[in-house]
Design a binder for this molecule. Structure first.
Ligand code: FE2
Length: 396
């Protein structure tokens, strides 16, 4: 049976012209029992459209693991590793994750207390809030009026040792109803975005690249980013920006010799743009929080030097400078009209191309608003591929 693909309903805030290829609802098939042919169609659709939604899905943790693994059959462990060892306890990710005992690659995430859930007698879940992560916060009075923030724009990835997962699957089991909220950027632009309560917000990495001016496109295709060892431990004492798009440079990161043991050979250096395996498009894929250095290659032979940034290449190690440059490249793509905030319903299954989008948790729940989701992604069997020589020639 052929799968049917329908456009995702966009909010009034979205610029529809920027979402022609982005997001599809998949109909006519059941995601837990796809035939091989249907699976191939779903895989191709994911890379073409970046976010896929199945509504009213019945989907066990075993089926979720199987579907996630089908995108990368050699992948095995959860995207951040299966074992929560001593060394990761200090990580800012640790409190957010509860593993399904039967299928340790699938995590229970959400808010409130969940009882007798897939072998977990009692799980206390906490929806991450900007109030514990950003340098500044929305005042309690404004929170009561429904104002909130993006929590942290990111790619699901350990960014150390393991390779970024190709796909993340998110399945909503319990979705509390509540009033919509308003995200404030609080960065002096006045930007705001009205969102459903507890939305997951997505932006396209492809659009992030496409809307860059030519000198930044040239920089993007010539650059690689080096992530800190154990980035989530490294950044734990630091505070995020009010847009959730990176860290304030206050010198609060843990010194490298205070991190859990690490090896240079496991440190990750990734191209800024990742090549889509189906469309060939370049997606600007940087997890701004974990970045520590930027490596820029010189312009290729024959490229115009006029107006080019770092025409002879550069190795930027000043954290503030690196972050400011990346922020300048990424901020335009999180403008309100470029965001798809998913309006969750129970039994929604969302698959997203983790190597093609950035996403963030949004908003705040009260403790009695119980939310239960299953999340799965698998550390990939290989690192993402950057721009080809032709891409560099075209854009540099
Ligand atoms: Fe995530």
């Amino acid at each position: 049976m052929a799968i049917e693909l329908l456009p995702l309903p966009l909010p009034a805030s979205a610029d529809a012209s920027k979402f022609n290829d982005f997001g599809r609802e998949v109909k006519g098939v059941s995601p837990g029992t796809l035939s091989e042919e249907e699976l191939e169609q779903v895989k191709e659709a994911l890379y073409k459209h970046d976010v896929l939604l199945f509504r009213n899905a019945d989907f066990t943790p075993e089926q979720q693991y199987a579907l996630t693994k089908a995108f990368d059959p050699q992948s095995e462990s959860y995207g951040h590793g299966n074992n929560k060892t001593e060394s990761t306890k200090k990580s800012i990710l640790h409190p957010d994750l509860k593993t399904i005992p039967r299928v340790p690659q699938v995590q229970l995430i959400g808010n409130g207390t969940v009882y007798n859930h897939e072998g977990l007698a009692e799980a206390k879940l906490k929806h991450p809030s900007h109030t514990t992560f950003h340098k500044t916060r929305v005042s309690p009075e404004d929170e009561a009026k429904g104002y909130t923030r993006f929590y942290r724009w990111h790619i699901d990835a350990a960014l150390y040792d393991l390779s970024p997962p190709k796909v993340t699957t998110l399945y909503g089991l319990e979705v509390p109803k509540g009033e919509p909220q308003t995200v404030r950027y609080d960065d002096g632009t006045g930007d705001e975005l009205h969102v459903p309560l507890g939305t997951t917000a997505f932006v396209s990495g492809r659009t992030m690249f496409d809307i860059l001016p030519i000198e930044l496109k040239s920089l993007a295709v010539r650059s690689r980013v080096k992530y800190s060892p154990h980035p989530y431990v490294w950044m734990a004492p630091a505070h995020a920006m009010s847009t959730g798009l990176g860290i304030e440079s206050e010198g609060l990161e843990l010194p490298l010799d205070e991190l859990p043991p690490w090896e240079e050979s496991r440190v990750k250096i990734f191209p800024l743009t990742w090549k889509n395996p189906v469309t060939g498009a370049l997606h600007f894929q940087v997890h701004p929080c974990g970045v520590s250095e930027l490596l820029v290659a010189p312009l290729p032979e024959g490229a115009k030097r006029e107006g080019a940034l770092f025409p002879d290449g550069a190795h930027l190690t000043n954290l503030k400078e690196v972050r400011e440059l990346l922020y300048k490249m990424q901020r335009p793509a999180i403008a309100p009209q470029l965001i798809y905030p998913h309006d969750w319903h129970e039994k929604d299954l969302v698959l997203f191309h983790n190597r093609g989008v950035l996403h963030t948790v949004v908003g705040a729940f009260t403790p009695d608003q119980v939310r239960a989701f299953h999340q799965c992604n698998l550390a990939a069997s290989s690192d993402p591929v950057g721009p080809s020589e032709d891409d560099v020639k075209k854009w540099a």
